[in-house]
Design a protein around this ligand. Structure first.
Ligand code: ADP
Ligand code: MG
Length: 697
């Protein structure tokens, strides 16, 4: 309790340190969304500075989230010179409210030319300032939004805040129609579960692919993978437990509600989940979680891998975005209560989400696209790239009733008797879980399970908030016009239940049959990032985001460019890394082994003409043949990567070339190397193996 929030300029600190009127004014902005009164900034800055200096901070920074997907910071010390050659510590209201980093060196997707450098950061007081401790340095971090000189968003936070406002506005309209006069805002809440791998740092240091690309580009499957299912929820190794302990402490200091931890399915894979918070804070916190995990791991001679698919052949990592809607007076709008069929308001919000997900499945899919997730969705892992919703027995039954003209009953959970008299009787949840659904209703929230492990959750939540805002606005439009509220509502819910049934799927989402069935239902199955990204700039998307003031058309186009370029650059880096490792590590090792074999054959034959050297000869022939093929493929990949880089065609075509040609050549090259790894003397193999990386923790 003492540690928690120790490094956060939170409500308790503000209440204690700010004059009453200033505290009240700031609280109105934070809690009620009222405009920020600039005159309070001076006082807040001063209090913040005193607090931070007492904690040992020497610098402050505007902390923001540019389109790199990481956070950005540029430190300024508090010092200011005095005439007697000394310094005083200063921090002004102006410095708190506005910063001006050079915007030209961040991805802007054509929004900014290099010579048009100006960009601004603006204080986001809805996410509390905090002190970051890196290697003993203490930096006061002020969460900010980042925009260009011309006002376009250059970051992930700005659209997120806009989408939260859009959703709040439409949800309040609907609530008013249900007679709610007390709630003033609706906030989306998020609890992201974060998966990750840990490996020993000494192996990482010898893997250029992990260092430069986050994933292994070569590596034969070890004799054991995850088939025994013995890692999931297993006893946590001491070294990992020590890491987790320190991680929790660091996160608690930052006011992050780290709650759950466990071993995940793949060897070397783990998960951490916090208690949910408002989407804005949850997003900031998740960025911090990823940052702190990497840093704490190093202290334990471990490396934390956040890539979606660091190792072929075992599960990759994702992030489960648990999402719900809550009023500012504490009502969860996705809470069904005991008799959901009577709870018309709940059903309205539930149906709004269902329609939104069906109407905008492509955008939702896009929001979960990054180069790493291409290895999972619809590719080398079970989850397909198809968006569907799991509702569970009770809700599916209610939806069915709605479709048929009105609901009369709700299926109840009941109890389970375990069959041993000393064990308690368990109250059953009304729905079972479905681990295979990309978008599952889990009792009082939806769990969007497609999100990539390394991605900021801002994007997925921008889409979720905006598409639900859109459907709520459609519902509000109709209800506000209706002569009879109840009749119109019944009509709307019935229509949604009938028209959007196709998105509901409670079966096994990992099965082949579902892929075929989904196609029959006309659900999109977008298998790659390259094919997902163009959905950002369709007429439908532009209309949606402009209507709710989340993105302008110009901003959407810039993001399209950033994403496509990110994809091309990532594949190019991977290809270049492979070429480098192939030429300078793998080829020399194989040549050496082949030479050893040849030498052995000659030496033995010289010693005894009758000696049987057929084993060495067989291996030498096999290795030499693979070596020739491997070398050919390296040069082929090199040529293709050059060709791709030189392409000046449109970005989509370039992306397709990287995906269909360069990436394919990479896989083919890897296949030879992985085969060679199983033949070549282990002593000579130049890079750590899967068995070492996955099991030696
Ligand atoms: P599971 O593995 O069963 O999905 P976890 O405990 O790992 O459960 O994660 C569930 C996540 O959902 C937690 O982060 C939790 O705080 C979050 N959550 C619970 N209720 C809500 C809600 N109303 N809104 C958003 N997230 C929620
Ligand atoms: Mg979980």
């Amino acid at each position: 309790m003492e540690i928690f929030g120790a490094n956060v300029f939170n409500d308790a600190v503000m209440r204690e340190r700010l004059p009453k009127n200033v505290y009240k004014s700031l609280s109105n902005t934070i809690d009620k969304g009222l405009p920020l009164d600039p005159s309070v900034a001076e006082v807040v800055a001063n209090a913040m500075k005193d607090w931070a200096i007492e904690k040992g901070a020497t610098h402050f920074t505007h902390w923001f989230q540019p389109m790199t997907g990481f956070t950005a910071e540029k430190h300024d010390s508090f010092i200011s010179p005095t005439s007697d050659g000394k310094v005083i510590m200063e921090f002004s209201g102006k410095e708190l409210i506005k910063g001006e980093p050079d915007a030209s060196s961040f991805p802007s997707g054509g929004l900014r030319a290099t010579f048009e450098a100006r960009g601004y950061t603006a204080w986001d007081c809805t996410s509390p300032a905090f002190i970051k401790e890196d290697g003993g340095a203490k930096i006061l971090c002020i969460p900010t939004a980042f925009c260009s000189y011309t006002g376009e968003a250059l970051d992930k936070k700005t659209p997120l805040l806009r989408s939260m406002e859009a959703l709040s506005k439409q949800a309040i309209r609907v609530l008013r129609l249900f007679g709610n006069e007390t709630s003033t805002r609706v906030i989306t809440t998020v609890g992201p579960e974060q998966e990750y791998f840990l490996i020993d740092k000494k192996f990482y240091d010898n893997r250029m692919d992990l260092m430069l690309t986050g994933r292994t580009l070569f590596g034969a499957m070890p004799p054991k993978g995850q088939e025994l299912e013995d890692h999931y929820f297993g006893s946590i190794k001491e070294r990992v437990a020590a890491f987790m302990k320190e991680l929790n402490i660091e996160l608690w200091k930052l006011g992050i509600l780290a709650k759950t931890q466990h071993n995940e399915v793949a060897p070397g894979q783990f998960e951490i989940a916090p208690i949910f918070a408002s989407t804005n804070i949850a997003t900031d916190h998740n960025q911090l979680v990823m940052d702190v995990m990497k840093k704490v791991a190093i202290r334990h001679d471990l490396v934390c891998l956040l890539h979606e698919k660091p190792f072929a052949g075992v599960n990759g990592s994702g992030k489960h975005n648990n999402w719900s809607l809550a009023t500012d007076d504490g009502q969860n709008l996705l809470e069904p209560g005991n008799t959901p069929h009577e709870n018309a308001q709940f059903l309205t919000f539930l149906c709004a989400v269902i329609k939104a997900v069906d109407d905008y499945a492509e955008l939702l899919r896009l929001s979960a696209a990054n180069p790493g997730n291409d290895h999972r969705l619809g590719a080398n892992e079970a989850p397909p790239a198809i968006i569907s919703i799991f509702l569970g027995e009770q809700m599916s039954d209610i939806l069915e009733q709605l479709a048929n003209g009105g609901v009369k009953s709700s299926k109840q959970g009941g109890t389970i008797t375990v069959g041993v008299s000393t064990l308690p009787t368990l109250v059953k949840d009304v729905t079972d879980r479905n681990r295979t659904s990309p978008f599952a209703f889990t009792g009082n929230k939806f769990e969007f399970r497609m999100v990539p492990s390394s991605l900021s959750i801002a994007g997925p939540n921008v889409v979720l908030n905006t598409i639900v805002a859109e459907v709520l606005s459609q519902i509000a439009d109709r209800l506000e016009q209706a002569t009879d509220f109840n009749t119109e509502l019944q009509k709307i819910l019935g229509e949604i239940a009938r028209n959007h049934k196709r998105i509901i799927f409670d079966g096994n989402g990992y099965s082949e049959e579902w892929v075929a069935e989904a196609e029959k239902r006309g659900l999109p199955n977008i298998k790659s990032m390259v094919d997902a990204v163009p959905h950002l700039i369709t007429e439908k998307s532009v209309k949606l985001f402009e209507k709710h003031n989340v993105f302008s058309e110009v901003e959407l186009h810039s993001r399209y460019e950033i994403l496509m370029e990110q994809y091309c650059k990532q594949i190019n880096i991977e290809a270049q890394t492979m070429i480098h490792m192939a030429k300078r590590q793998i080829l020399p090792a194989v040549v050496k082994y082949a030479t050893n074999l040849a030498a052995s054959i000659n030496t033995i034959k010289n010693a005894s003409a009758q000696a049987d050297v057929s084993a060495q000869e067989d291996i030498l022939n096999e290795v030499s043949a693979l070596l020739a093929s491997f070398k050919q493929k390296v040069y082929n990949l090199e040529a293709l990567a050059e060709e791709a880089k030189a392409m000046e065609e449109d970005l989509y075509k370039k992306g397709v070339f990287y995906r269909d040609v360069v990436f394919k050549a990479m896989n083919s090259l890897r296949a030879d190397a992985d085969k060679l790894e199983t033949l070549v003397d282990a002593e000579l193999w130049p890079i750590p193996t899967y068995a070492q990386m996955l099991f030696m923790l």
